[in-house]
Design a protein around this ligand. Sequence first.
Ligand code: BGC
Length: 885
Amino acid sequence: MDYKVESLRCEYRKNPIGLDVKRPRISWKISSNYRGVVQVAYQIQVAVNDRNLSSVFWDSGKVESDQSVHILYKGPDLSSRTRYYYRVRVWCNDSKVSEWSDVNFWEMGFLDKSEWLGSWITGEFFPKSTNIDSCLMLRKTFTFNKKVRKARLYASALGLYEIHLNGQRIGDWLFTPGWTSYNKRLQYQTYDVTELLNNEVNAIGAHIGNGWYKGNLAFQDQRNIYGQELALLCQLHIIFEDGTEDIVVTDEHWKVATGPVLMSEIYHGETYDARLEREGWTQSDYLDTDWAGVKVIDHSKDVLIAQENMPTRVIEELNPASIIRTPSGETVLDIGQNMVGWIHFKVNGVRGKKITLQHAEVLDKEGNFYVGNLRAAKQTINYVLKGGGEEEYEPYFSFYGFRYVKIEGWPGEFDLNDFTAKVIHSDNQITGTFVCSDHMINQLQQNIVWSQKGNFLDVPTDCPQRDERLGWTGDAHVFMRTASFNMNTALFFTKWLRDLKADQLPNGGVPHVIPHVLRDEDHSSSAWGDAAVIGPWTLYVCYGDKRILEEQYESMKDWIEYIRNQGENEYLWNTGFHFGDWLGLDAKEDSYEGATPKDLIATAFYAYSTHLLGEIARLLNYNGDAEKYVLLHHNILDHFRNEFTTSNGSLIANTQTAHVLALMFDLLQIEDRPKVADALANLIIENNIHLTTGFVGTPYICHVLSRFGYSDLAYKLVFQKDYPSWLYSINKGATTIWEHWDGIKEDGSFWSDDMNSFNHYAYGAVGDWLYRSVAGIDTTISQPGYKHINISPSFEKELSWVKASYESMYGTIRSEWKKLSKGMEISLAIPPNTKATVILKGISNREIIERDDSVIIDMEGLLDWNFDEGNITLQLGSGEYNFII
Ligand code: BGC
C-alpha cells in the first residue's frame, strides 16, 4: 500500500499567521490509490522557528489512533508572535509508515492583551462633530537603517480600515476588521509585511470608514451603534537581521486628514471627489504639513481577538453582459447575474464632471430600473472626475447587491470594457458540486450558491441589498447545512456563533440578529433563537468539531432554560412574540405569518433543541445534564402530543408546516408517524402538489417526504414550475434565490416594495436535500464530519443522471449515478481513513458488477453486504468504485 499525508491544516487553515488559539488543532488528509485505507497511528512533530525541524519542540510520538482531523496540540505552552513548523506521518492498516508530510506552519499572534503597546487614535475633530461622513486618512513616517529579517503588522479599527505601507496596499483583505459584536469582541488582522519595508524612511497610512461600527445600520434609522469615533490601532514589529526589534505603534505622533472619500456607508454607497485625492499620501516623501494632529482615545484593548474566519476578498470578476436603454430612457448596465460586490470603472472626462452609479437587483414590469425594494438603502456612487486622462475607481467600504447599474452623467461613449463587476465574499473554500440532467435544477443549485456568495460577507445575512443585511438567526441556521455542502463554513459560523454567545441576553434569550443591533428587543423568537443550539450542532455534524460544542455549551443551555421560563408551564412554549412560519403561503391576507400555530412551532423547536442539548451533554460527558435534558425532552414530547395531536395521534393543525415539523423532529409516537406522513402527502396533493410552507417548514419538507417513503412526491415538488415553487423564479429569470415565492408575480408585477429581496438564501435550504437525498451523500451522527459516510441516492424518474461531490475534511466524496438503456451506472469515491455504508434502493436480486466485470462480492474494499427488502447495502472501505447494475 502506498499513501501520503497532505493538505495539512491548523485550525482549518493552511499556514495561518496571527492565531490566538492557545491549543490549536491539526488536521490532514491521506491520499492513496489503494482501497480500504485506514490510519492506525500518527506522529506529529513541531519545531519553533525552524523550518527544517532540526530541533523538535514537541513530538507526539507514535499515537495509536484513527483520528486525522482536529488533533489537539499537546506540547509546551506556545509563545506570542512565534512561528511553529510542523509535519505529520501516519501508519495505515498495512502497518507501514508513510513519508513525513511537507512541513507546514502556524504562527501565533498576541496571546496577552498587555502586548498591545499602541493607542487607539482618531481625528481631533471627533466627537465635536460625530456626523463627519468623510473617511479618515491617518499616516506616520518612521526610519531605521538595519537589514530586516521579518516584519509583522497587527491592525484593527473602530470602523473599517485598509492600510498601506510605502505606497502599497497591505494584503487584499476587505472590510477589515470584519463585523463582530464590537464592544465585546473586536478582531485584529496580522500581515506579513517583510517585503514592503524600505531600508531607511518608511511611511504607513490607513484609511478608515464608518462601516458597521458607526454608519447607518439596521432599518430603525440608527447610526453610531457601537461608538461615535472612528479610530485606528496598529502595531508594526520589525525584527532585524541582528536580532534587535523596532516597534512602530499608533500614538499621538500620527497625522490625520480627510480626502476624496466624502461619504462611505454600507447601505448607501460612496461619494468620491477625485479632485481631493492626496497623491502619494502613504509614501514617505509626501508633504503632510497641512494635516491635523491625532487624538489618543480611551477604548478597550481587552476586547481584541485575532481574526477568526476566512477573510473577505474579491473572489471573482464578471464582465457586464450588456448595456440597456430602458423604455424611460435610462442607461443601465446588465451584469447578467444578481451579485454582491461593486463595479470597478475606468473613465475619461473633464475635471468636475459628476457621474452617478445606482445599483438595483431587477427591472420592473416595463423594463425600467427599479429600486423600490431597496427601501432606504441608496446603493449609489457619486464620483467627481479630477480630469486629465484615464481615472479608475472602485468603492472602499460599501457593498452593493445588484444585477443592474443605472449610470448617469457618463462622459462620452460607453464601452463595456470600462466596467468590471467584482464579486466579494468571505473566502470560504468551495467544497461541494451538484449537477444533474435537468438544466433548471442546475440553475437552482447555481442560484443557491450565488445567494450564499452574496450573503456570506463576513456574517451570514438575510439579504445584501436593502437597509437590512443583518445576521438573522433563523435564516442562518436553516441554510447552514446547505451552505456547509457548498463551502467550508466551519470558521465562518464559529465566529458568528461566538458573537451569538457574546450577545445573548442576561436571561438566555437570543437576539433576532447577530451581531445584535436591533433596538427594543426583549423577547426572543422560537425557530430563530434556536440557532444557539442547531448552529453548533450542525457544525459538529458537518466537521466533527467537538470544540464548538464545548465552547457554546453554556450558551445552548441558557437558551433552553430561557424557553423553560417562558411558557405557561415549563414544557410548552405558548407565550410571547414569534415570527412563526414566516412568509408561509397559508398566511391570512396582509400577514407575513403562516397559518401554523405559533405555539406548535415554538414547542416543536423547544423539543428539538432540548433533544440536541441532551445528546450534546452526553457527548461532552456532562452526565447529570444529559439525564436532565433527556427527561425534559420526554416531558416536552408528552405535552406536545397532548396539546397538538388528537387522541388517535393525528395533528390538530392541518398545515403542511405542522406536519413537517412533527415528523422532522420526531415529535410523534413511532406508530403514528406513517399516518401523519400520509396526511402530509395528502395535504400536498390536495394543494395540487404545491407548497404552502414558509421559512420554518420549507427547509425540511423534502427531507421529511423522502424519509417517510414519498421521495417521488418530494421530486415532484422540487420539479414544479408554476407558482409557488423553486423553479417558478427560474422561469422568471432569477439568478439567485428569492425571499418570496412570488417576488415577481405572473403578470410581472412585484409582490411588494417593503419586503422583497431577490437574494435571500433561506429557501435555498433545499440544496441540502439535493446533496443528501438526490445524490445521497450524508454523514452519520455517531461518526460525524464524514468519518463514516452514508451514500443513499434516490433514483426518481425526473432525472437520468446526477453528479455530486463533497470535499470533506478527509478528502473527496463523490456520488454519481446514471441511468443506462438497460440498468444503471454508479460511481463513488470514499476518501482514505473513512468508511461508507452505501444503500442502493430498489436494487435487489439483480446483477451488480464492478465496471471491470468482476462480481462485487469479491471486490477489494468491500467490507460487508446484504440484500434486504428490495435494497442492497454495501459496507465499503475507502477508494474509487464503479458499478454497473
Ligand atoms: C428578514 C428575514 C428575517 C425576518 C424575520 C426579515 O426582515 O429579511 O429574512 O428572518 O425579517 O422574520
